[in-house]
Design a protein around this ligand. Structure first.
Ligand SMILES: Nc1ncnc2c1ncn2[C@@H]1O[C@H](COP(=O)(O)OP(=O)(O)OP(=O)(O)O)[C@@H](O)[C@H]1O
Length: 439
C-alpha cells in the first residue's frame, strides 16, 4: 500500500497522546515525520523516546542525531539510558531488545500510545523466524497491531506498509536518518533472513511479505480465540476456595489438547514462561493423568507444578530459601526471612504467646528439624510437627517453610501463630503476642 498521510491516518489507533519510539533509523524517522504531520492537522500530543543502549560506540552520536531531529520538529525527546549488555550465554540482540522494551514500557503514562515503526517486511521476517523456531500459534501470530503495554498501549501503525514504500516516502520528504552497521551483520538470524532469504523468495513470489503477514493475521485471530477458550476452561477448573489452584478431577475430564491449552494458559497467567512442549506433555501425563493418590511434581526453570490432595498447584521458583537458616529476633521490628516473606509480632486480644514469657526469654527463629514436637495449646500431649501439618492438610512443600519461633530454644509458635505451644500460650481471653507470617 502506498504510504501517505491519509493512508497512514486511516489505520492509526485512536488516542490523544502518542510517544514515538525513535531509534534515528529510516523506519522510525518516517514514523516521527508522519506523527508530526498528524499532529499538525489534528492537534494530538506527540513526544519522542530514544533508548540509549550504551553498547555500540556510536550510541552517543545516535542520541545527538535524534535530539537534533526532534528539535527540528519541535517535539520533546526523552532519552532513556539503559544497560543493554547481555549476560554470558544470552543473545546480545535479544538482551538489548528485552531491556529496551522494559524501559519503554516503564516510561508510559496511563493512556499513552507508544508507536513503533515495524513494517510489513519486518512482520514477514518475524513469522519466518518463528516458524524456524517451531513456534506455536501465539508465536506465529508475530507482532500485533496494538496491545496493552505498561500503563498504555503499544501500537505499530506501519505494519501495513512495505520497506520500499517507507523508503520512497522518506526520499520524497527529504528525511535524514542513520544506518546501524549491525543491520548488515548476517550472523544475526533476522539480518540473514532479510538479506538472503526473503529476496530469493520474492524473486519467485513477489507478494511473499504480504502473504506471510496475512498468515500471521490468521494465526493471531486463531490464537485470540484459543485464549478465550483457555480462559473458559480455567474458570471451570479453578478451585473456588483457592484461586490459582486447579481441581484435578475437572482437568482430568478434559481431552489431552484441552489439558495442554489449559496448562499453558494457567502458567502464562501466573506471569511464568511455559515449559517447552515435551516438558508440558510430561506434566500432563505424570502429574495430571497419573492414577491414584500420588503426589507427583515437575519443575522447570520458571516454576514447579505439583499435585496434592486432588488439586494442582503452581509455584514460582524459590531460589534463595535456605532451610538451615536461623536468626535471633528482638521481636520489636519485623524480621525478614530470606526468600520466605517476613515475620512481625504485635499485641492483640485472643490466642497468642504470653507477653511476660515473650519479654523475658531469648527469641530465635528457625525452620523444622527432624523430630520437632509440640504440645498444641488447648490439647493434651506432644505431637510431631509432621503429624500436625498432615492433620491440617498443609501441602508437603510448605512444611519446611513454616517459620518456627523459639523462646530460650524451645518451640513457642509455628507458621506465625497457626500452632501455639501450650507452655508459652497466654490465656486466650487476654491480650497476647501474636506472630504474623507474611509468606
Ligand atoms: N534505540 C531505540 N530507541 C527507541 N526506539 C527504538 C530503538 N530501537 C528500536 N526502536 C523502535 O523499535 C522499532 C523496531 O526496531 P528494530 O526492528 O531494530 O527492533 P527489533 O530488535 O527487531 O525488535 P522488534 O522485534 O520489536 O522489531 C523501531 O522501528 C523503533 O520504533
Amino acid at each position: 500500500m502506498r504510504l501517505s498521510l491519509d493512508s497512514f491516518r486511516a489505520g492509526l489507533h485512536p488516542g490523544s497522546t502518542y510517544r514515538v519510539a525513535f531509534s534515528g533509523g529510516l523506519d522510525s524517522a518516517v514514523l516521527l515525520d508522519l506523527m508530526c504531520q498528524v499532529r499538525r492537522v489534528s492537534g494530538i500530543g506527540v513526544r519522542a523516546i530514544h533508548v540509549h543502549h550504551g553498547i555500540q560506540p556510536e550510541a552517543d552520536a545516535w542520541s545527538r542525531h535524534c535530539a537534533a531531529v526532534a528539535d527540528r520538529y519541535g517535539v520533546a525527546l526523552d532519552i532513556l539510558q539503559i544497560d543493554g549488555r547481555s549476560r554470558p550465554g544470552d543473545s546480545p540482540e535479544a538482551a538489548a531488545r528485552t531491556a529496551r522494551y522494559h524501559s519503554l514500557e516503564a516510561s508510559l503514562d496511563p493512556g499513552d500510545i507508544l508507536v513503533t515503526a515495524q513494517h510489513l517486511d519486518d512482520q514477514a521476517e518475524t513469522l519466518l523466524l518463528q516458524l524456524l523456531r517451531g513456534a506455536g500459534l501465539a508465536g506465529l501470530a508475530a507482532m500485533p497491531n496494538a496491545v496493552p503495554f505498561g500503563a498504555g498501549i503499544l501500537h505499530r501503525p506501519l505494519l501495513r506498509f512495505g520497506r520500499r514504500d517507507i523508503l520512497a516516502y522518506a526520499q520524497e520528504r527529504g528525511l535524514s536518518w542513520i544506518e546501524d552497521p549491525s543491520n548488515r551483520d548476517e550472523r544475526y538470524d533476522r539480518n540473514f533472513i532479510r538479506r538472503r532469504i526473503l529476496p530469493q523468495l520474492a524473486g519467485r513470489w513477489p507478494a511473499v511479505a504480504a502473504n506471510l503477514t496475512r498468515s500471521a493475521g490468521h494465526c493471531a485471530e486463531a490464537a485470540g480465540l484459543l485464549d478465550r477458550l483457555a480462559d473458559t476452561l480455567m474458570a471451570a477448573a479453578t478451585a473456588a476456595d483457592e484461586p490459582g489452584t486447579l481441581v484435578l478431577e475437572i482437568v482430568q475430564r478434559l481431552q489431552p489438547d484441552e489439558q495442554r491449552l489449559l496448562l499453558r494458559r494457567w502458567i502464562h497467567k501466573r506471569g511464568l514462561r511455559a515449559p517447552p512442549a515435551k516438558l508440558l506433555e510430561r506434566i500432563r501425563k505424570e502429574v495430571v493423568e497419573t492414577a491414584g493418590d500420588r503426589t507427583p511434581m515437575i519443575a522447570w526453570a520458571e516454576g514447579t507444578v505439583r499435585r496434592y490432595r486432588h488439586r494442582l498447584h503452581l509455584l514460582p521458583p524459590s531460589a534463595d530459601f535456605d532451610a538451615s537458616w536461623t536468626a535471633a529476633w528482638s521481636g520489636e521490628t519485623p524480621l525478614t526471612l530470606a526468600g520466605n516473606g517476613c515475620l512481625h509480632a504485635a499485641l492483640c486480644p485472643g490466642p497468642g504467646i504470653d507477653p511476660d514469657k515473650w519479654r523475658s526469654g531469648r527469641i530465635t527463629v528457625r525452620y523444622r528439624r527432624a523430630g520437632d514436637r509440640l504440645e498444641p495449646a488447648g490439647r493434651r500431649g506432644h505431637h510431631e510437627l509432621k503429624k500436625l501439618f498432615q492433620e491440617a492438610g498443609l501441602p508437603p512443600w510448605l512444611r519446611d517453610r513454616q517459620p518456627i519461633v523459639c523462646i530460650d530454644g524451645r518451640i513457642a509458635s509455628v507458621g506465625g501463630s497457626q500452632w501455639l505451644a501450650s507452655e508459652f500460650a497466654g490465656a486466650p481471653e487476654r491480650v497476647n503476642i501474636v506472630v504474623h507470617w507474611t509468606p
